[in-house]
Design a protein around this ligand. Structure first.
Ligand code: ATP
Ligand code: MG
Ligand code: MG
Length: 401
């Protein structure tokens, strides 16, 4: 009784808009899951995406066009109350112009996207705020590259500053002989590169954090993430680490998100080192693959909290509502139709396994390593979740055991 009274007070305080329209730049699987959640909340979602019948178009109104084109962004923004993103690689100047000229609320703030979309700026920002990150330095010439190698040793992680995803802007440099070839492979010095000291992690962790317009932050449970060939394959919540370490990981994630501006959820990726230290890898200013599990496993999902945050509504609590949850990405195994064969087999198993939910993104083009869908498994305990995973996909079951 008391808690429901508190809830209704909070709602009337913020004044829920009657017919809010949230515009999302990008209409892939994240936009789709956002729009699905929005429908439950009585919120309309429009997406701007250049691919006809984009994944989100089954649940959202699509404007066909490029989110890289400032004129398209302006046209699109004119029809929404709040503008948000499912991808961080958007022209921040164009978003600032829309904010100033049309008075549209852009969340998170364009300044935040500007920091995050340049991984070197991002590292500098977090390091300056006292968030622990791997040692790094900009690499604009052969002299810089040699100095980075001398400082950090090998293997050395060389990264593109911009437009990186699924490990596609990264190169692991094994030795001094391989340095020049790695620079070339990433597009050369002019492309914008930086180097990171190798993090000999024992696990990778991720935490979704919601940030309200007021700056209040709230963290979802800590997941452990498994990347294969630099692409996320699976997550498990709760992470199989001591509770005190989980608290520390949430603390690092909250601290990172607290030093960014604007509302929304943020995906925070971290390395756990052998000595127990945590290093921030990177932050995504949007719902994130490592937070898909929240749809079935948490009291409220990352998509619900993203919408509540950008609309200025109360965030609420995202605690884990099940004993254990495992999310498995379904990736294309080849280009074209043959890349779907195994995906369909895994999905067919998933329909028959208790506690497994199937998400199929409906992408028209299939390519090797492209994300086609995912399966989320929930179970009362970790042993049951792992058994169910093995029943869905024996190969993934063996990798995650
Ligand atoms: P995402 O799809 O998560 O945006 P991305 O292309 O931005 O990926 P990163 O997150 O920088 O790439 O790196 C991808 C993966 O490469 C990491 O999850 C981790 O497994 C590995 N990795 C990245 N940086 C380092 C490092 N400094 N030391 C060791 N491994 C690293
Ligand atoms: Mg990234
Ligand atoms: Mg990453």
């Amino acid at each position: 009784m008391e808690s429901s009274e508190k809830h209704s007070t909070a709602i009337s305080d913020v004044g829920l808009p009657r017919a809010a329209v949230v515009g999302v730049l990008g209409g892939g699987q994240l936009g789709k899951m956002l729009a699905t959640e929005a429908a439950k909340m009585g919120v309309r979602v429009k997406v701007l995406d250049p691919t006809p019948d984009c994944p989100a178009s089954v649940v959202a109104e699509q404007m066909l066009g490029s989110f890289r084109d400032p004129d398209m962004i302006r046209q699109f923004a004119a029809g929404v109350d709040v503008l948000t993103v499912e991808i961080e690689h958007i022209d921040a100047d164009a978003l600032e112009a829309v904010q100033a000229e049309l008075g549209v609320n852009v969340e998170p703030l364009p300044a935040t996207l500007r920091i995050i979309q340049d991984k070197l700026l991002q590292k500098e920002h977090f390091a300056a705020a006292g968030v622990p990150v791997a040692d790094f330095r900009g690499v604009a010439s052969a002299v810089d590259a040699d100095e980075a190698a001398a400082d950090f040793g090998f293997p050395l992680m060389l990264k593109s500053r911009r437009l990186a995803y699924d490990g596609r802007g990264n190169a692991v440099v094994a030795s001094a002989d391989a340095l020049t070839a790695a620079v070339e492979a990433l597009g050369g010095y002019a492309h914008g590169l930086y180097a990171e000291r190798w993090a000999p992690f024992t696990k990778e962790l991720a935490v979704m954090v919601a940030r309200a317009r007021s700056g209040e932050v709230t963290a979802f449970p800590v997941v452990e993430t498994l990347h294969v060939d630099s692409i996320l394959l699976a997550t498990e919540a709760p992470a199989r680490i001591p509770a005190a370490l989980r608290d520390r990981a949430r603390g690092v994630a909250e601290r990172a998100v607290a030093c960014l501006d604007g509302a929304g959820v943020f995906g925070v990726e971290m390395f756990l080192l052998p000595d127990g230290r945590l290093l921030l890898n990177e932050v995504a200013p949007r719902p994130h693959n490592s937070g898909h599990y929240t749809i079935e496993a948490c009291a409220a999902s990352q998509y619900a909290l993203h919408l509540r945050a950008v609309l200025g509504w109360p965030l609420g609590s995202p605690e884990l509502a099940v004993g254990c949850s495992i999310m498995l990405n379904i990736l294309g195994e080849a280009d074209g139709e043959e890349g779907m064969v195994r995906a369909h087999e895994v999905m067919a198993h998933a329909y028959a396994v208790p506690g497994a939910s199937v998400h199929w993104y409906g992408k028209r083009e299939v390519a090797v390593q492209r994300k086609l869908g995912h399966v989320t498994i929930v179970a009362p305990d970790a042993a049951t979740a792992h058994r169910r995973l093995a029943a869905v996909d024996a190969r993934a079951g063996a990798l995650l055991s």
